[in-house]
Design a protein around this ligand. Structure first.
Ligand SMILES: [Fe+2]
Ligand SMILES: [Fe+2]
Length: 355
């Protein structure tokens, strides 16, 4: 993301400002589908709705750091499991014409991105109502004033204009690689967050607790996506992969890189807002005031464990079974047997190390 500072001291913004687009020299589109963001006069991609939002998040972050507050770590170091199937396993499948598993994972990624659309009209409970401090000049005070809406539009596109977001961009990348309709559309797993269990912050209302969990779950999904971007970009840059259609692969790669650039502000504002909440003092009803970090830290620790270790292990076990079955579907039984043997020999040790 480029730093284009407008007013480094501004801390309160209108929704219109947080949604404002840069003036693009050229619109963004692929295969006739209008897509969000655009290109500047130099031909560089510029992420959507970041004319003011980018500076706003940087300014709030700097203000928090000036108060001596640490910004929450949320990066790939939290993910202790490697990608699965691994890079070499994926290449093996593609080299043997077993492309449906990559088609499925690109489709599911797009579908999951599209689910973020619910944030466009989501009305969150206000944290300003249950903390002692004034949040009107913090990121947390702007969640319902443009931040969540911008995020939802980035993920799921704008239904009002038909301009596509990340879901359309993943589908466009997939179709460049395989051709539209190459395989059936797979079912998408129902959940993105940790399954709900017992109350995790009974000192908060259920609405506030649920919203806190939502912010943390979405942040961890964004962190997991980082790994997917790395994997996909590395795969598409590999000249041995899709060797017969490199021009289309380059276009798909450009789309994935643009999605990745757009995600930076999501990670940045979610880290900011959770760091702000950790630094605030919660006062709900008659009870004694509680420092935010005492409420947030145990919940964050549990979600990091779930997203970083439990879920990938569970998903890997399921994927392994599914991939074995898929390889056996190869029309030539001898090839199926050879691929299966090699696939198993490439199986990473448990727990999976970084691939
Ligand atoms: Fe996204
Ligand atoms: Fe995102």
């Amino acid at each position: 993301m480029r730093a284009r500072y407008t007013n480094a001291m501004q801390l309160a913004y209108s929704e219109a400002e947080l949604l404002r687009e840069h003036p693009y020299a050229r619109p963004h589109e692929e295969a006739g589908q209008p897509l969000h963001g655009g290109f500047d006069a130099q031909g560089d991609y510029v992420s959507p709705r970041t004319a003011v939002r980018g500076d706003a998040v940087r300014t709030w972050t700097a203000a928090l750091e000036t108060r001596g507050v640490e910004i929450l770590t949320a990066d790939r170091s939290l993910l202790l499991e490697g990608s699965y199937p691994t890079y070499e396993q994926t290449k093996l499948l593609l080299a043997n014409g077993l492309c449906r598993s990559l088609w499925n994972s690109l489709t599911i990624t797009g579908e999951v991105e599209g689910r973020g659309r619910f944030l466009i009209d989501f009305v969150p409970p206000e944290f300003g109502d249950i903390v002692l401090e004034d949040v009107s000049e913090m990121g947390v005070g702007h969640l319902s004033r443009g931040l969540l809406r911008a995020h939802g539009l980035d993920e799921g596109g704008d239904p009002a204009t038909g301009i596509g977001g990340h879901d359309s961009m993943w589908f466009a990348a997939r179709d460049l690689l395989f051709g539209a309709g190459a395989y059936p559309i797979p079912d998408t797993p129902p959940r993105i967050g940790r399954p709900e269990g017992a109350r995790m912050a009974p000192c908060l209302s259920e609405a506030h607790e649920g919203f806190l969990l939502l912010l943390m779950n979405v942040l961890m999904v964004e962190v997991r996506a980082e790994k997917l971007f790395d994997f996909t970009e590395r795969l598409l840059r590999d000249p041995e992969v899709f060797a017969d259609r490199r021009e289309k692969v380059d276009r798909a790669l450009a789309l994935v890189s643009r999605i990745r650039a757009d995600e930076e502000i999501h990670v940045a504002y979610l880290r900011l807002v959770l760091s702000e909440l950790r630094s605030l003092t919660f006062q709900n009803g008659e009870g004694a005031p509680i420092p935010g970090h005492e409420i947030l830290d145990p919940i964050w620790e549990e979600l990091v464990h779930w997203h970083g270790q439990e879920l990938p292990r569970e998903s890997r076990a399921q994927a392994h079974t599914g991939l074995r079955d898929y390889i056996r579907e190869h029309p030539d039984p001898e090839v199926a047997e050879a691929v299966l043997t090699e696939f198993e020999s490439l199986e990473p040790a448990r727990p999976a190390t970084e691939q």
